[in-house]
Write a protein that binds this ligand. Sequence first.
Ligand code: AMP
Length: 181
Amino acid sequence: MRLVLLGPPGAGKGTQAAILSEKLGVPHISTGDLFRANIGEGTPLGVEAKSYIDAGKLVPTDVTARMVESRLAEDDAANGFLLDGFPRTVEQADILTELLEKKGTALDGVLNFNIDEDVVVQRMLARGRADDNEETIRTRLQVYRDETKPLIDHYGDQIISIDAEGEVEEVNQRAMDKLGK
Ligand code: AMP
């Protein structure tokens, strides 16, 4: 299955993606994780991305899209993937569509994790990641509203809506049910 996971920061996409990846047998590809790994290793990509991530802003699309393209070219992604954190803009969505078209494939669906904003702020503050301070969280939520939320309309009837409030296992079961698994 080729799926994109959408939702505000703190919706639990990463947690759900990890579980779904196990159950569906396809790799979990998180652009945030890929950036953090590059930052940890001190690669040029990591150095470039760090200032944007620390500020809660989007890393430029050309840099991000190149990273995603090379990750999707790896063998384990040939028959499916769960994309977590990409696309985050309509421009990135168009790039992804083209990239998949070149391979003669397309997405099977877009899981949209719905959750109240107050809940995500609490979750992020509890998570304690380097970019999880109040100011950065505010910026990331604004970026989400302005840039990422329009993807819900963009994907239209490809959207599979999941209620993301509640326990991890409960939310996961809802996703599996909607996927018919
Ligand atoms: P995440 O782990 O998905 O919350 O991403 C953490 C940070 O990585 C974001 O706040 C952005 O700075 C950056 N990032 C992740 N994915 C993208 C993307 N598709 N486009 C631009 N920046 C991204």
